[in-house]
Design a protein around this ligand. Structure first.
Ligand code: NAP
Length: 375
C-alpha cells in the first residue's frame, strides 16, 4: 500500500539534545530557520508530533505566513495542513493549543487509548490502530483516508526514532544549533536501537544564520517484501537511469542499480550502455560486480522494468542472471507488457525461485516515460 513521503524535521544541540530539562521549550534555531520550517510546513499535507511534544511544548504547529497560506488555498488546499498526533495512552490535555489552532486534527491511538481520547471530547478525529500502534497502518491510513502525499514529522525523539528504525523515513532534515545542553536527563533526538547499518546520503547542507541545516536520505533497502523509504530513492534512480538509454524501436529503455544491505551502491547500469547495443540494464550492472562478492546474497536489485525471462540476443535472460548472482530481492516499478514478448513474467519466475519481488507501482509512470514511443 502506498505511503506518504515522510520527512523527519528536528533541531538539536551540538551534544545531540532536542531540549533541556527546564519548563520552557529550548529555542535551538533563530528567526530565519523558523521561517524555513514555516515554508516546509506550507509544502506538506500533514504535520505529525507525538503526545510527548504536545505535553512538553504545547505547540500550535501553524503556517504563520499569510502569503504561504494564500498560496495553499490558491492551489486548492486548506490553508493549514492536517495536524496529527500519536498517543498510546489517550491522555491528552483538551485545552492544549494543538486542538484550538490551525487545520483539522487527527489522533492515532490504540484501542485502549481511543476510549480515553474519545471521552475527553477532543476537537479531533480519533482513530484506533488496534491493540498496539502500528506505524505502517498509520501511514497507510493517512494516505488512503486523508489523501496525504507529504507528511512532516516534527518530533519528538520517540517518534523520530521509531520511524527511522522501521525504515519509514524518506528524508531527515536536521538543524544543528551551536549550543550545549549537557544534561543526561534531557531528551535526545535518536534513542538506542537497531538503525540501518552503513551511511545515510547527505543531500544538502545550508548555513542559516548560526545554525546548519543538513538533509539526509536513508540508503538501506527494505527486507523481504516490506518496502523501506530508501527503496523509493533507489528505484527513482533506476527510473532516471532509464532516461539515459540510447533510443531503440526494438527494446525497452531500462535502468538498474544493485545495492548492498547496508545501503552501499554496488553497481548501476542501463540498457544499451557503452558500446553494447543489446545489453540490458540488470546485465550491465551485474557485470560490474565480482561474482564472488559476498554482499550479493543480501543485496537488492532495483530495476525500472521487471527482469526479462526471454532473450533472443543473449543466452541468459536477466531473471536468470539475477538468480545466478545469488541476489534474493528485487524491487521494480513496472511489470513487462506484451510489447515484445507475450506473457513475460519475470516477477513470477523470480518469485518461484524464492526471490522476494516488490513492485512499487507509484514509480510506474516514471519507468514508462522513456518507452512511450513503443506503446
Ligand atoms: N528540537 C526539536 O526539533 C524538537 C521537536 C519536537 C520535540 N522536541 C522535544 O522533544 C521532547 C518530547 O519528545 P518525546 O520523545 O518525549 O515525546 P514524543 O516523541 O513527542 O511523543 C512520545 C509519545 O508519543 C506516543 N507514542 C509514540 N510512539 C508510540 C507507540 N509506538 N505506541 C504508543 N504510543 C506512542 C506516546 O504517547 P502517550 O504517552 O500518550 O502514550 C509517547 O509518550 C520535548 O522535550 C520537546 O521539546 C524537540
Amino acid at each position: 500500500m502506498p505511503h506518504p513521503y515522510v520527512l523527519l524535521s528536528a533541531a538539536v544541540s551540538l551534544d545531540g539534545y532536542l531540549d533541556d530539562t527546564g519548563p520552557d521549550r529550548l529555542l535551538l534555531s533563530g528567526p530565519a530557520d523558523f521561517d524555513r520550517v514555516d515554508e516546509v510546513r506550507a509544502s506538506v499535507d500533514a504535520i505529525l508530533v507525538g503526545a510527548g511534544t504536545i505535553r512538553a511544548d504545547n505547540p500550535r504547529l501553524l503556517v504563520n505566513s499569510e502569503t504561504r497560506r494564500a498560496a495553499r488555498v490558491a492551489a486548492g488546499k486548506p490553508p493549514y495542513p492536517l495536524k496529527v498526533t500519536v498517543s498510546g495512552s489517550g491522555e491528552l490535555d483538551p485545552d492544549a493549543n494543538f486542538w484550538h489552532t490551525g487545520g483539522d486534527k487527527l489522533v492515532f491511538t490504540t484501542d485502549q487509548g481511543a476510549q480515553r481520547a474519545r471521552a475527553l471530547g477532543l476537537a479531533a478525529d480519533v482513530v484506533s490502530l488496534g491493540p498496539e500502534l502500528d506505524w505502517r497502518r498509520l501511514l497507510e491510513h493517512l494516505h488512503e483516508e486523508r489523501g496525504v502525499e507529504r507528511l512532516m514529522v516534527e518530533g519528538g525523539g520517540r517518534i523520530h526514532t521509531q520511524l527511522l528504525q522501521q525504515g519509514l523515513a524518506d528524508e531527515v532534515q536536521l538543524v544543528l544549533a551551536p549550543l550545549f545542553v549537557g544534561s543526561p536527563e534531557a531528551p535526545r533526538l535518536f534513542g538506542p536501537g537497531a538503525y540501518q547499518s552503513g551511511r545515510l546520503r547527505l543531500v544538502e547542507t545550508r548555513r542559516i544564520e548560526d545554525v546548519v541545516l543538513m538533509r539526509y536520505e536513508p540508503t538501506a533497502p527494505g527486507t523481504g517484501l516490506v518496502p523501506a523509504g530508501a527503496d523509493h530513492h533507489w528505484l527513482a534512480l533506476a527510473c532516471e537511469l532509464a532516461t539515459r538509454c540510447p533510443p531503440s524501436q526494438t527494446a525497452f529503455s531500462v535502468g538498474a542499480v544493485v545495492v548492498a544491505a547496508d545501503g552501499t551502491e554496488l553497481a548501476r547500469g542501463h540498457s544499451r550502455e557503452g558500446d553494447d547495443p543489446v545489453v540490458h540494464a540488470e546485465e550491465a550492472a551485474l557485470a560490474k560486480i565480482d561474482p564472488a562478492d559476498p554482499r550479493l546474497a543480501t543485496a537488492t536489485v532495483y530495476t525500472s522494468l521487471e527482469p526479462c525471462t526471454h532473450r533472443a540476443s543473449r543466452p541468459a535472460p536477466c531473471a536468470r542472471l539475477i538468480l545466478d548472482a545469488g541476489v534474493r530481492r528485487v524491487v521494480t516499478a513496472w511489470r513487462e507488457p506484451d510489447t515484445f514478448v507475450a506473457g513475460a513474467d519475470g516477477t513470477g519466475t523470480l518469485t518461484a525461485a524464492g526471490v522476494d519481488v516488490v513492485v512499487l507501482g507509484e514509480h510506474e509512470e516514471r519507468a514508462k516515460a522513456p518507452n512511450r514511443h513503443l506503446a
